[in-house]
Ligand binder design. Sequence first.
Ligand SMILES: Cc1cc2nc3c(=O)[nH]c(=O)nc-3n(C[C@H](O)[C@H](O)[C@H](O)COP(=O)(O)O)c2cc1C
Length: 189
Amino acid sequence: MSDWQSTIAAQLAAETRDPTARWVQLGTVSADGAPAVRTVVFRGHHGEALVFTTDTRSAKLRHIRHEPRVEVLWNFAQSRMQLRIAGKMVAVAGDCPDAALESRRRDVWRTLSEEVRAGFIGGPPGRPLDEPRIGTVTPPADGPPPATFALLVLWPERVDQVELAPQPHRRTLHARDAAGQWHARAVHP
Ligand SMILES: Cc1cc2nc3c(=O)[nH]c(=O)nc-3n(C[C@H](O)[C@H](O)[C@H](O)COP(=O)(O)O)c2cc1C
C-alpha cells in the first residue's frame, strides 16, 4: 500500500462514526470544456482504484466518457488535511466486459440502502419533474442492479496532499513511475 493509501485508510479508521469522512468532491470537465464538481460517496477500493457509484443518466457520466481525466478532492476536516487525487475514471455499467468489475458492481449494489437503490428507477437526473420515473418497485439488493446503476472507478495517477496540522505545514506530491511504483516528494506548501 502506498503512503497516501495508508493515510486514507488511517483517516477512515479514525473517523468511522462520521459518514461525511467518506464524502468527496469529484471534478470533471464537460464536452464544451466547462468544469463541474459535485459530492459523491466513497464506496471502497478495487485494487488500487477508488470506487464510487452513480446513475448512468447523470451528467458526470457523459463528462468522463468525453474526458476520463478527473480529480477527486478528499478533505479530512478533523485532521486539516486534503488529498487531491487525479487520474482516469471509467464507468462500469451493465455492459462491462471485465468480469471482476461487473462482479464488484453487483457487490456494491448489495450494500446500498433502499433509499439509494430507489433513486436508480427515478426520473432522469437533472431533468424536469414532469419527466417520468422508469419504475415503481425498488430493485432488491439481492437481485441484479438496474441498467442505470454504474460504478465509477478512479485509477489514480497523482496525489497532492496538504496537511495544515503540523507546523510548518506540509505538502507532498505522490506520483507513480513508469514501473507503477509510487514515490512521494515533499514540496513547499
Ligand atoms: C452528501 C451527498 C452525497 C452524494 N453522493 C452521491 C453519489 O455517491 N453518487 C452520485 O452520483 N451523486 C451523489 N450525490 C449527488 C451529486 O452531488 C450530484 O448532485 C448528482 O450526482 C448530479 O451530478 P451531475 O449532474 O454532475 O452528474 C451526493 C450529494 C450529496 C449532497
